[in-house]
Design a protein around this ligand. Structure first.
Ligand SMILES: *Cc1c(COP(=O)(O)O)cnc(C)c1O
Length: 397
């Protein structure tokens, strides 16, 4: 079957909620993908910042296969082995206190919001607390996560959403402080805004949020779903700022393609919020996904994946800055580590990503005008050069 027939086949039965790029991928190898007609692509999208180790990283598939042969799923009513290791490694990497594994990013957000609300409920003896979230944020598509997502277009058809959410401007401390009141139980933001257009938090903003939350006993929730797991050259982006959240959310690269997320709490919230009966999930943290999480951490630690990101970031930034210099269509670059955005002007950014695909490079977009570059963390200099060359040719005229 050729790609056109396959695409028609998908659209015949799958709800049309995505305008997909016209390509059917069949397999991956390293940091390359192959479509069903055999064409090869360099992957600088990584399944939206998921495939941190690329495809078939040595040892990863074997660890999954081994677990499949032992035990895929057992209920959270029982203990299992992989979750012990996965939890310990996540706590070690974050230096936080307790983790709860979910099936996705949006569910990690739901859990984080519930934990913040439960803490305030126990403290105050009543419910009715509020949350401050950021304009242009993205936290997911389930109702709770959507309620704190600062994008009117995503929200409006589904209102009324969860009540008690106030929006402030990211990187504007005064704007946040203006939305905080006696009912505020949590402030939630991405450490680096992803979907909104690749905006890293400024150090002043993040330190200011931490101070504000400490003063008023408010839960600081940092969403690390996209920017976490080594992408910025730190396990978690907040580690670059020396600011620690009360709760963080994690997903995407956590399972390197196996669907898993987590919310991770510090000691205060780990001990003082959700209790037996407050929260649960059938699949969350099952042996199969936790075997993936365990192996991801083991590979990161053994093969110094984060050191590699740190070492190559200046080169990636330099090459992208050359594109900014050289092409009138690029207004600037923003980002941290291997989470970079090129601001495109004069042409719709979607045209650039489509052209790149035709030329064998996967890049995605963010916000209205940003070309998002979130490659696997294992790319080499040579692959950066290849990507920059293709991007350069797409940006010409
Ligand atoms: C992708 C993403 C989510 C949602 O994760 P899903 O797994 O798609 O539910 C939430 N927050 C951020 C910052 C994300 O990038």
């Amino acid at each position: 079957m050729n790609m056109m027939n396959q695409m028609e086949g998908l659209e015949a039965s799958i709800l049309h909620t995505y305008n997909r790029y016209p390509v059917v991928f069949e397999r991956g190898e390293g940091v390359y993908l192959y479509d069903s007609e055999g064409k090869k692509y360099l992957d600088f999208a990584a399944g939206i910042a998921v495939n941190a180790l690329g495809y078939h990283y040595p040892g990863f598939d074997e660890a999954l296969k081994e677990q499949i042969d032992k035990l895929m799923h057992i209920s959270n009513l029982y203990y299992n082995e992989p979750i012990i290791d996965a939890g310990a490694r996540l706590i070690m990497a974050s230096q936080m206190s307790k983790a709860f594994f979910t099936n996705s990013g949006t569910e990690a957000i739901e859990g984080a919001l519930k934990a913040a609300k439960k803490y305030a409920y126990k403290r105050d003896g009543h419910a009715g607390h509020e949350i401050v979230a950021m304009n242009h944020s993205f936290h997911g598509r389930s109702i709770g996560a959507l309620s704190v997502t600062g994008n009117a277009h995503y929200r409006e058809p589904f209102e009324p959403l969860m009540g008690g959410v106030r929006f402030a401007d990211f990187n504007d401390l005064e704007s946040v402080a203006a939305q905080v009141n006696d009912k505020t139980c949590a402030i939630i933001c991405e450490t680096v805004q992803g979907e909104g257009g690749i905006y890293p938090a400024t150090p002043e903003f993040l330190t200011g949020l931490r101070r504000l939350c400490d003063e008023k006993d408010i839960c600081l929730i940092l969403d690390e779903i996209q920017c976490g797991m080594g992408r910025t050259g730190h396990y978690f982006a907040w580690q670059a700022y020396g600011v620690k959240p009360d709760i963080m959310t994690c997903a995407k690269a956590l399972g390197n393609g196996v669907p898993v997320g987590a919310f991770v709490l510090n000691e205060k919230y780990g001990a003082g919020s959700l209790e037996p009966g407050d929260h649960g999930t059938t699949y969350g943290g099952n042996p199969f996904v936790c075997a993936a999480v365990r192996k991801v951490f083991d590979i990161f630690n053994k093969d110094l994946i984060i050191t590699h990101v740190q070492e190559l970031t200046p080169y990636l930034e330099k090459r992208l800055d050359e594109l900014v210099e050289k092409h009138d269509n690029v207004a600037g670059r923003r980002g941290m580590g291997f989470m970079q955005g090129l601001v495109i002007k004069n042409v719709p950014v979607g045209e650039i990503s489509k052209k790149a695909l035709e030329k064998g490079l996967l890049v995605i977009t963010a916000g209205a005008d940003v070309l998002r570059i979130v490659p696997p963390l294992v790319i080499t200099k040579n692959e950066i050069d290849m990507a920059v060359e293709i991007l350069g040719s797409c940006l010409e005229a």
